[in-house]
Design a protein around this ligand. Sequence first.
Ligand code: SAM
Length: 341
Amino acid sequence: MIEKVPNSVQGFPKQLIDKFGRRVDYIRLSITDRCDFRCVYCMAENMTFLPRDEVLSLEECARLVRIFVSLGVTKVRITGGEPLVRKNALWLFDEIGKLEDLKELVLTTNGSQLEKYAQDLKKAGVKRINISLDSLDSERFKSITRTGELEKVLNGIQAAKLAGLENIKLNTVLMRGMNDDEAHSLVEFAVQQAIDISFIEEMPLGDVDHARASTFVSNADTLKSLQSKYTLTSSTHQTGGPARYWQVADTQTKIGFISPHSHNFCESCNRVRITCKGELFLCLGQEDKIDLMPLLRQYPSDDAAVISAILDSMSVKPKGHDFDLRRTEPAIIRFMSHTGG
Ligand code: SAM
């Protein structure tokens, strides 16, 4: 039960600053926990998904984004689960795309639905799109995603290019003994396609079948290996996310490294995550959260309580995650598919 609701939110600060002075201007909103893939590092083989009434409606998602934008958020990433398997997801993209003060509407997807939706996403104003791709070998792709078809994703990448989506980036999680021998071929593919690629170190989120310490591949090692083949120049390119970029000489491709283990990026953290249940997680690697769904539902036409809760949440945003690969149990029990990648 919410006891205190400000009568008016007139004069509330139009920016989100946490207790460490970090400005939060980027939200990642998961619009579904469902996915058509079951990637081995992201989900269990048999997942139980949330009942529909425990998931934010698309109207509630749109309302939340509008509120965050009124609080100074300028970048919104739609994610999941797989966001494009949510029925009528395009309606939400259209609504968010209309928000004047929003600078960037971006998407993370596994690419399986892009043939169908790439053009509409472009029309809705999506600026950048991250497509997960962990292997170029169809059998291996199937074993990592458990259900995915490589060809569909490759067609999705072509559809995104044809639709004119400007910034396409591949996201790859390398795992020792599974796909770590593909760093070079994936970069080669990105170069041929004139798109970017980021390597993400696997994070201990959710309980998976493999021991993460044994499959861990350090981005420092991947960089070193790629430098033996490519001339890479450290780039100042910034997307507002945690990746550090390197330009591949004489190509249009940049290689990003998201290194939660080998290069902790928490001091410049500018984002919070909202799950499809309306939980506002203040850090991917900590449990601190605020439940926004009860407020959204209790006050369907008055934003004051939601605004007040979001402003208050800044005082509990943690300093950072403390992922430790030596621990055998996951740092965080919830899967990435719950929090939204
Ligand atoms: N379904 C979409 C996709 O496949 O991109 C969006 C959701 S997915 C959870 C977002 C990103 O999180 C993907 O790039 C995925 O590779 C990454 N991811 C999932 N679990 C991870 C983990 N344990 N460690 C690192 N990255 C992870």
